[in-house]
Design a protein. Sequence first.
Length: 240
Amino acid sequence: MAETSPPSQRKHLVPLLVLLCLALALAYVFRDALSFEALSENRMRLIAMRDAHYALTVLGFVVAYTVIVGFSLPGATVATLTGGFLFGTFPGVIFNITGATLGASLLFLAARWGLGGWLASKLDASEGRIHKIKQGIDKNQWSMLFLMRFMPVVPFFVANLLPALFGVAFHRFVISTALGIIPGALVFTSVGAGLGEVFDQGGRPDLSVVFDPKILLPILGLCLLSIAPILIKARRKESL
């Protein structure tokens, strides 16, 4: 007979499903608003709002960014560019990191509350390969968390969900998120800071800049640095 989750766990799934439906609804409603074209069309109004109500614009921007990341809506890249366009590379990068970290933390907590605790206990009680993977992650949490943030190929929402499902401590998740997204946020915020000239020329931002060797190689270097403790541990075990 298939094992079912306890009633208390099923109660937690209800609000999680509601959040999922809300995320889908928001993604549909704002499918055209969270785009580069929308930013281009509304740039003058956004600048006027920023100049007239700077603090309120910052607050609204951070809240909007938090919602986008918290509900995994398409448009996080556009939001990052907007932060650079409105506020410059600095302090725009701080606002971007703040919104992204808050949104990621909310998604982490939602996943942890809905499924994470139950799934983590199942993984702890499991045997075989899955249990070994779980043990490996537990022994190298900091390295794995930073590696997921530094790796350009890991989707942001995946890096938010997996730690919750594997029972990672919340404070470790927050710290690794806030620090780990700095390189990428700095690159895209700086691209956003130069959007004024791009808009004047009627062009689009060149997001391929992240693959420029001058940018990509340092990021890959951070990836290697993050897994260095794992490699060192493996070498020590081999030498014993």
